[in-house]
Design a protein around this ligand. Structure first.
Ligand SMILES: *Cc1c(COP(=O)(O)O)cnc(C)c1O
Length: 410
């Protein structure tokens, strides 16, 4: 029996004209001529379309927050402020980026398993929602508030006893450094009452990079049940419930596209009942890569083409120091290829199997291993799809002291 090799999901986010990728009405070669390479290019149009499609599928009363960690490029954050309702930040650097935008401060939430006194002070002063992830953080917040006479907006990150199944990254369930175990939440609420800290809400984020709508629906359903049970003995209304998200995008051969419809359908069915019991609760979806990941392309130029014992190598001016995830070194157990093309020669009669490497003196510096690509020459452009999230800022840019790639939002 012959089994066909798994393929990448079709990448249709950028138009192809004259055998070139076009972004924002311009051919790739034009963009690279103007800005140089290596370069990360993020397309506003794609982000806008993604947010529009999402809003059409989910109930309108759900807020969408952007998780800045996915891509903190300042121009992109400014742009995202027009697209989404709020930001999830996880450091004071990210907080400062969010504070420069017109997004209301109560729509900025600050998560993170380790927060210093200085960071918490800055967050209290900024008036944002602090997502406390431990008892120690609550005590620190209380000390800051009693010293300054201010009140903090404190939500609790709950580590539930379930996880997001089939997710690429597990962020909840079992023993985790994130949040406070759900069985400790009643005691934590009591502690907050005794310290005079009102509860703003709950944050439940159990996993990331899920391509399975059913698993996401199941997690949301368990989250609603958990929250209802935690609230059954809590006297005050809940102002905020961050349901997390974990919506993934297809990176590797065989990855399907996440279907939004079942998630939208579930939420449309669930929200009216929840809202009638908890009318004051702002419900939040918090998404990173799903909003920006597919809008980004990483582009580098071919510096050399060589044949080593029958294997063809295309050696580029980019590599793992710019794009750790595409090289397979950001959390992958078995290396798989991102979707890669020759951006200025998308289709060709003549193709060959090549390994695309970066320019580092490191065997791990591979951008695509044994892929079939149009016959390419020195000066041609290798383009890596799905590079809008966890690219530039998740890479060891200082490694080997090459210069950093450019980043543009167009
Ligand atoms: C990283 C992170 C996200 C974003 O994850 P994506 O997979 O990019 O959507 C959202 N919320 C929290 C708490 C995170 O740590």
């Amino acid at each position: 029996m012959s089994r066909s090799k798994p393929q990448h999901a079709p990448m249709e986010q950028f138009a192809v004209k004259n055998n070139q990728i076009w972004i924002a009405g311009r051919p790739l070669s034009d963009i690279v001529e103007q800005y140089g390479s290596p370069i990360y290019i993020y397309a506003k149009q794609h982000i806008e379309q993604r947010v529009r499609d999402l809003r059409q599928t989910i109930p309108p009363e759900l807020s969408i927050y952007y998780a800045v960690k996915a891509n903190p490029m300042p121009a992109l954050i400014e742009y995202m402020a027009e697209q989404v309702d709020g930001f999830d930040v996880a450091s004071t650097g990210e907080l400062e980026l969010a504070l420069k935008t017109p997004v209301p401060r109560e729509n900025i939430s600050f998560a993170g398993p380790g927060k210093t006194r200085e960071e918490l002070l800055q967050a209290v002063e900024a008036g944002i929602v602090i997502v406390a992830e431990s008892i120690q953080q609550i005590h620190l917040i209380e000390q800051i508030c009693s010293a300054s006479g201010s009140t903090a907006k404190v939500a609790l990150r709950v580590n539930p006893d379930f996880e997001l199944k089939h997710s690429g990254l597990r962020m909840g369930g079992g023993a985790k450094q994130f949040g406070i175990d759900s069985e400790q939440i009643p005691g934590t609420l009591e502690l907050m009452r005794s310290l005079g800290i009102p509860l703003r809400g709950f944050h439940v984020f159990t996993g990331s990079q899920s391509l399975n709508a059913q698993a996401i629906v199941e997690t949301f359903d368990k989250t609603f049940d958990l929250v209802e049970s935690l609230l059954s003995t809590h006297p005050d209304p809940l102002h905020w419930l961050n349901l997390g998200g974990g919506f993934g995008i297809p990176y590797f051969p065989g990855d399907p596209r996440l279907e939004l419809e079942p998630i939208g359908e579930y939420l449309h069915g669930k929200l009216p009942g929840f809202k009638s019991r908890h009318p004051e609760t702002e419900l939040v979806l918090e998404l990173g890569r799903y909003l920006v990941g597919e809008a980004g392309l990483y582009v580098c130029s071919i510096l050399d083409r060589k044949v080593s014992r029958d294997q063809v190598f295309l050696i580029t001016n980019g590599g793992m120091h710019h794009h750790l995830a595409a090289s397979g070194n950001l959390g992958q157990v078995i290396r798989k290829n991102y979707p890669v093309i020759i951006g200025n020669k998308v289709h060709s009669e003549q193709t060959e199997t090549v390994t695309v490497s970066g320019c580092l003196c490191m065997p791990l510096d591979i951008l695509a291993d044994k892929v079939n690509l149009p016959l390419a020459q020195i000066g041609d452009l290798v383009a890596v799809y799905q590079s809008g999230a966890y690219g530039f800022s998740s890479s060891p840019l200082g490694f080997l002291t090459h210069s950093a790639p450019k980043e543009i939002l167009i």
